[in-house]
Structures are given as C-alpha cells and as structure tokens.
Design a protein around this ligand. Structure first.
Ligand SMILES: *Cc1c(COP(=O)(O)O)cnc(C)c1O
Length: 443
C-alpha cells in the first residue's frame, strides 16, 4: 500500500473536487424561495399566521398535540425548562458533552445544572450515572440525542418515572430520528429543538418545542410570546393574571421567513434524511472495524435510526494504536483528503467552562450555577473524568449516496488507519489543540 500523504505519499483524494451534491445542504428550491418572497413582499415577517400553520404541520409530523415555534433553539429549550416547572433551587440533570444551549439558560431560572457522564459509545447521557446525579431537589432530566444518536429512552424514562422527574428532550441533532420505532421528541414531557441553518432540519434561525400536555403548552406560549396569549389559548388560572406580556421578559417570536421555509422543508425532510442516512451508513460500512475507531451509529435492526445524522463522527481509541495522538490522526486524514478534519466534533465537557464554575450573574457572591442551591453541585463534577477523556473525530457529513465518491473517503481512512504504526514517528509530544467550532475551548 502507498505511504500516507502526510509521510510523502500521494493524496487519496482532493476534497474540493468531490461532486457538489455530496455535501450540499440545506436543499432549498424555488418552492422555498417562493415561500420566503411571499412573506417578504406581503411584509409578514413579524406576523403569526404562517407560524401558526407551521406549528400545526410540525405537531402533526412529530405526532404530538402541540408545537410552539420561537426565534431559535436556545429559546425553545429555555422555555421548555420553564414549561416543565423548573424554578429557583431546583436541579436539572444534563449530559456534560453537548452544545451549551442544552442547559446554560437553566441558570437564568436559578436552576442548578448537575452534569452527568455520557456513555463512551453512544455519546448520550449514561443512564448508569443517573443515581449519582440524583438529589432531593432534582426536578428534571435533559436528554440530548447527541449527534443524532437516540439516547437510551427506556432506561431514562424508567428512572424518571421511579423518581417523579420531568424529562425534556433536546432534539436539535436528531429531528425525525427514532428510538426502537418511536419518533424522537415524543418521549419527554416536552421536546425542544433548534432548526437553525447548520442543523439537518434547517430553516434559518428557528426553534420549536412540542408537547402533548396542555399545561406545558400554555406555559410555553406564556413564557415566549405576547399578543398570542389570548384567553382562548391560555386557560391556566396561574397564568391568567399575566396575559399579554411574556413571562420570560423576553420576546421569543419566530421570524415568519423562517417558519415559511420550515413549512416547505417539512414536506421533503423525511425523504432527504433517508438519503443522508443511506450515504453515511455506506461510509461507515466501509470503515467499520478499522483499528482505533468506533463508528458512532445505532444498530438499525432495533428500529432506531440516526435521522439527519448531525454530525457524524467516530470515537477514537488511541490505546489500540500504541497511544497515537488524535492530533496526528486528524492531520494525516486532512493531508490524505484535503477535508478539514476536527477533533471533539464541537463540544467540550461543559462543566469545565467558567460560566458553570465561577460566573456570578446574580451578584450574590457565588457561582450562578449554585446561586439558589442547598448543595454545591460543582463537587459532583469530579466524577466526570471519563467523559472528559472521550475523543471523537468528525467524519465527512455526506448528504447524498454517490458510492464512487464516498469510496475515495473510505480508501483514505483505510490507508491512514492500516499504517498507523508509521504515523507514530510524527507524534513528538503534545500538539496544538484542534477542535470543531461550537465553542470557546477552555484551557
Ligand atoms: C444548535 C443546538 C442548540 C441551540 O439552538 P440554536 O437554534 O442555535 O439556538 C441547542 N442544543 C443543541 C444540542 C444544539 O446543537
């Protein structure tokens, strides 16, 4: 076999020369353009009529009674926390490896985030870690179907039921995915998600929360909106005196340009992500079993699937490759393909960030994370080492199954990982950290 490009061999492929449709996303057509122009030309950006239609259609697709759209996914998750009744002094369990918006806004409610370990194979909340996280003030669990992988909902729901906890699903990576045949976003008391441009369900800047529960629905509306909270919609006597102004003190309204795009995207989404799933499964079939990496994907024979597969990765096991540093692997793969490979795949362990350790938003002389707590949940962070040590390497995010094009990426992986011993020579001490883009890395 030829030498890896990083050691002077020829490149296996030129990423820039791959067919455009291989990675092209989101797929917008003239139908999306017409929907946008209709909102724009009729000056309906700040209205609610298109949004109301979107909500009806989204709820029907999701198989839930209610959907509430808002300006972005972060707001939808914040509202979901309020909707399930989280308030000052309560605790919320959340996996430490996720995008910050899964839990950072909990601090605005005076809620303490207790970080749970993630399972090193699924990268989702490890149900075995829930008993360690449970305290007398635990109110809810935030579940994240991380990078499209469906979290073990049987075990999470059983634990939640046993301890009377609410469950929120963050479906931002997994719209349309399934766990054992049932759609993600239908397990929790509320599910909330981002539909921003980078996600597999991409509509510009948009968030949506779904629920079957009337009380949660009314609380979502009342928290996010005004001029939508008429007495016909809000019936909860606890909310009635506060109608007309948003309980969050913030405005969460969706821009109708985005909900108009959402209505069009919804029609084609299932078919498009089926193609994404075929393409990425094809790639993973081709690299499965290489030493040092585990493909991050679910066994589809159980009825589970990866939906939009945002964002594919492999979990790196340096112990199988003589301790070869992941930085060297990433450089070798980039040299081999021209594709900008990353480590971490975006999220660092959240508990290590100063915003969760020392930031004092409330001016109470203590960390916001424990401002209203009766125990210092930061002490539990010491048991998160095994999540800190997980290394993932992002793989190309294929959008179309073009076998001959994907085969070249498979060959590049095979070439690099079958000659790992030669790469050890490049490993001269720790290299600069190379990461994905979702974060400000903490050093
Ligand atoms: C993108 C994302 C969010 C936040 O959504 P925005 O629309 O960007 O505000 C929340 N959770 C996860 C897991 C995400 O990836």
């Amino acid at each position: 076999m030829e030498k890896p490009a990083i050691l002077g061999g020829n490149r296996t492929l030129e990423h820039e020369n791959s067919p455009e449709e291989l990675f092209h996303w989101p797929i917008f057509t003239e139908e999306d353009e017409a929907a946008v122009l209709d909102v724009f030309r009729n000056n309906k950006m700040s209205g609610n009529d298109v949004t109301a239609e979107f909500e009806k259609e989204f709820a029907a697709w999701q198989g839930r009674r209610f959907a509430v759209a808002c300006c972005n996914g972060t707001m939808s998750l914040y509202a979901a926390m309020f909707a399930v009744g989280l308030k000052a002094g309560d605790e919320l369990i959340c996996p430490t490896k996720t995008y910050w918006a899964s839990c950072l806004s909990a601090q605005n409610l005076g809620v303490s985030v207790v970080f749970a370990n993630v399972d090193p194979d699924t990268l989702c909340l490890d149900p075995d870690d829930l008993p360690r996280c449970l305290g007398p003030r635990t109110k809810a669990i935030m579940v994240v179907h991380y990078k499209g992988y469906p979290c073990d909902m049987d075990r999470v729901m059983a634990f939640a039921d046993a301890h009377g906890l609410m469950v929120i699903e963050d479906v931002s990576h997994a719209q349309g995915g399934h766990y054992k045949g049932r759609m993600l976003g239908t397990f929790g008391d509320v599910a909330a998600m981002s539909l921003m441009s980078g996600k597999s369900f991409a509509c510009g800047e948009l968030g949506v929360a779904v629920t079957d529960d009337r009380v949660c629905y009314e609380r979502l509306l009342a928290f996010l909106h005004y001029e939508r909270n008429e007495e016909s919609l809000i019936t909860d006597p606890a909310l009635l005196p506060f109608l007309h102004l948003p309980l969050s003190g913030l405005k969460g309204r969706a821009n109708q340009i985005c909900t108009a795009i959402g209505r069009v995207q919804l029609k084609y989404y299932d078919a498009r992500i089926r193609e994404v799933r075929r393409a990425n499964n094809y790639f993973f079939d081709g690299i499965e079993g290489l030493p040092g990496i585990r493909c991050h994907r679910v066994d589809e024979s159980t009825g589970s699937d990866m939906a939009g597969w945002y964002i594919p990765c492999v979990v790196y096991h340096p112990e199988e490759l003589g301790g070869l540093s992941p930085e060297t692997v990433v450089r070798a793969l980039t040299a081999e393909t021209g594709f900008p490979f990353h480590l971490l795949g975006g999220s660092f362990p959240l508990h290590t960030h100063p915003l969760f350790q020392t930031y004092d938003a409330w001016g109470l002389g203590r960390s916001s994370r424990v401002a209203f707590a009766d125990r210092d949940v930061r002490e539990l962070d010491k048991d998160l080492k095994r999540s800190e040590h997980i290394v993932v390497i992002e793989t190309p995010y294929f959008k179309k199954l073009i076998p001959e094009a994907i085969d070249r990426y498979i060959s590049a992986f095979r070439k690099v990982f079958s000659q790992w011993e030669q790469l050890l020579a490049l490993d001269d001490g720790p290299l600069a950290e190379e990461t994905g883009q979702w974060h400000a890395a903490v050093k």
